[in-house]
Design a protein around this ligand. Structure first.
Ligand SMILES: [Mg+2]
Length: 396
């Protein structure tokens, strides 16, 4: 089998990769939402792929893996890897999890980082009410994540939150020492949310990036009585193109609250210090950013060897990203906690693909499906209605 074309279309908010072969099998991969600008980056890899056998996934990846980087510049490589596995699975007539060594679990736990209800404010009461609604969501999530601190409106909405001027706009760089009032506000909100959840549902907090080490330690220690699932991206994270493992280690060593990072990190080499130095308790790579499905699996195994837990990121990964997360998470070792459930936007995404279970999430779990490859395919007649004019030939 040979690759004859690499295509990319922006469908809704997600660039979609299609790898075409000379045997009539196509593979699909997805780039995180709101990244239409990555389409030319995906197509940049076309000359490296043409003529290759897509079922030798690793041999193809060796040609392009070095040509990527931290989020968002690892997305294209990651989506291509996903599409290669999709082809390899379809060619073998097997779901991807079988090609990765088989299932460790039939159902994979997911956590809520994306099914949201409008906030009525930013007070502890507002956070508690919002959390109570998420607890009642039909998916029955057993873990819910909420943004606080620099990963929320608090720098703007809480007077005197921190010691620098709040910045506005996308990818803000709010960072600095938090005031006592700011710290107390975050703690009060966390306590209110946990009171609303009770001890049957785990609470995780996405916190930054932007905290300074002493504040991060204060926050993590103050929250110890709440038995939180984790504090995410306190110091670095999101679009920060470095890791700072030595700073994370300072925080992690001084608290019993689990410390989490990793969603923007590309490749195993950039997880090495975090894992080997036990700099965090939990890592959260995203298959759409780390370099793909097999890279995430490798990092999970290496983390397990070092006693570090796994809670993969995925909120904007769409339906093919969801499929990739289900396939790989079914195979991960016992350090697996849950992955972040992607919510496809716009809603019509669920009408243009076949293969997803209905409902997708039951009692906070997704049952791994057995169809070949990713197991999710386009309903082309329905999908074509959402193609942009420039992408008319995407399925041809
Ligand atoms: Mg995050």
């Amino acid at each position: 089998m040979r690759i004859t074309d690499l295509k990319c279309a922006v469908i809704g908010q997600n660039p979609i990769v299609r790898i075409v072969t000379d045997e009539g099998i196509s593979g699909y991969g997805q780039v995180e939402g709101s990244k239409a600008y990555l389409k030319p980056h995906v197509l940049f890899y076309q000359p490296y792929l043409l003529g290759e056998d897509p079922t030798n996934v690793e041999r193809v990846m060796l040609k392009i893996r070095r040509l990527g980087s931290f989020k968002p510049w690892g997305s294209a490589v990651s989506a291509i890897e996903m599409a290669l596995w999709d082809i390899a699975g379809k060619a073998a007539g097997l779901p991807i999890y079988r090609l990765l060594g088989g299932k460790v679990r039939d159902r994979v736990r997911v956590y809520n980082g994306g099914i949201r209800f409008p906030m009525t404010g930013h007070s502890p009461q507002a956070y508690a009410e919002n959390m109570a609604r998420m607890k009642e969501a039909k998916e029955g999530f057993t873990i819910i994540k909420q943004g606080v601190g620099f990963h929320s409106q608090m720098p703007h909405s809480v007077p005197n939150f921190f010691l620098n001027e709040p910045q506005s706009g996308r990818s803000t760089n709010n960072r600095g020492m938090v005031t006592e009032q700011g710290l107390k506000h975050v703690i009060a909100c966390a306590e209110a949310m946990k009171a609303a959840l009770g001890d049957s549902v785990g609470l995780a907090l996405d916190c930054g990036p932007g905290w300074m080490v002493p504040d991060a330690i204060r926050l993590a220690r103050a929250l110890e009585p709440l038995n939180l699932m984790w504090l995410e991206d306190l110091l670095t994270g999101d679009y920060v193109p470095y890791v700072s493992p030595e700073l994370y280690r300072e925080v992690t060593q001084k608290t019993s609250t689990p410390i989490h990072t990793g969603e923007q990190i590309y490749l195993r080499q950039n997880f090495q210090a975090l894992i080997e130095q036990h700099a965090v308790s939990i890592i959260g790579p995203d298959p759409c950013d780390i370099g793909g499905i097999a890279e995430l699996k490798w990092v999970a195994e290496y983390a397990d060897l070092h006693g570090i837990l796994m809670a993969p990121h995925g909120v904007l990964d769409g339906v093919f990203g969801l499929a990739a997360l289900v396939q790989v998470s079914a195979t991960l070792p016992m350090n697996y906690i849950a992955f972040e459930y992607p919510v496809a936007r716009p809603d019509w995404w669920y009408d243009i693909v076949d293969g997803l279970p209905d409902p997708i999430v039951q009692d906070g779990f997704i049952t791994a499906w057995d169809r070949p490859g990713l197991g999710v395919t386009f309903n082309q007649a329905a999908a074509k209605r959402h193609l942009l004019e420039e992408d008319r030939a995407f399925f041809d």
